[in-house]
Design a protein around this ligand. Sequence first.
Ligand code: PLP
Length: 443
Amino acid sequence: MSHLLHRNLRRTPPVAVSASGITLRDQQGRSYLDASGGAAVSSLGHGHPDVLAAMHAQIDQLAYAHTSFFTCKAAEELAQRLAGDAPGDLDHVYLVSGGSEAMEAALKLGRQYYVEAGQQTRSLLIARRQSYHGNTLGALAIGGNAWRRRPFEPLLMDVPRVAPCFEYRERLEGQTSSDYTAALLAELEQCILAHGPQNLIGFVAETMVGATAGAVPPTFGYFRGVRKLCDQYGILLILDEVMCGMGRTGTLYAFEQEGVLPDLVVLGKGLGAGYQPIGAVLARAHIAQRLRDGSGAFQHGHTYMGHPVAAAAALAVQKVIQRDNLLGAVATRGATLRRLLRQAFGDHPHVGDIRGRGLLMALELVQERSSKTPFDPALALHALVKDAAMACGLLVYPMGGTIDGQHGDHILLAPPFIVTDSELADITERLGDALKAALTRAE
Ligand code: PLP
């Protein structure tokens, strides 16, 4: 019996003992191709020598210093780099230990921004129905995943919600993409007006929806329209790039492909690429300036924020991405992965959609393609695929079922940026085998 309360209490997963490149190995000597980078985390794969060296050097020099007494070189350098590389005036950085913590910080920073201006009435955040922003109470409240929320509902703040931007599932027959986008924006505007801009902090969205719907890119012009509404009504645009940021879609930030500049950006996962737990909030100059002119400090904090080893690891990760032109690699390998998936599954009777950008791709599985009918959620097909994939020596990140309108099961692929073409071919082949085995079990 495991004493860990981490996951399934009835089933202990294999014990991971080592990893290198895109391969993990367990205690039984089995190896697994990491086609999802864990949960879209390991952008550099495992055991990258530069990151390990940076971490070792930092541990030897300074493993920890509390931020109420000190700053440290690694955190300062990381902040400088993130601010320098981010577009526009996203030039302030708040370093925490993961995505949910970063989301909590962004929500509080948004609130304090208005409190400092004497706008105490502003307490609401608008979010989207199909979204995931983390598991701590604030982040969970913002997220739209009803299954995750259900047991904790009485503990969560009220959040007005609008439709996600999910063309495959929600665009009506005969509706053009631009009409669909216009309808989404009209709904958002109505929601802003219904609650009153004077009561709102901002609008929160994942630039590309990750876990709840599987690598769903926005429609053309959607975020430009959102930005315009936020400006028109004087509310903040908070983009969650925990999964899709730090290069995963081929640009450092996914919002760069949308031609918008958010006020706050939430980061995690790929920031530390799994080498250390780290998340961050990037804030635009006007946010920091208001606090500087007001109370002088963001009223928030964590014991492990700005951790020297985490910052050193994240800094090394960002340096490798730039030095080795891994953003370019994401674009080209992403195109290869898309082509391979289309070749292998484009005509598959149970693959309804193949979508994504860069190295954040997903397959949506359906019972019947033309009607897009999902599988019976009781089958938990996504879990069957995950198990079958592990039996084939492959790690994929599945999610789904039709729980509370979440539509079909999907399989998320987010391989490390260093993945080779032959590894991508291997991944696709193993995924085909896993899908076949899972569908046989489901029938
Ligand atoms: N936001 C998004 C978009 C995520 O995908 C996740 C995690 O999957 C989070 C926030 C929460 O991050 P963490 O699990 O590091 O707390």
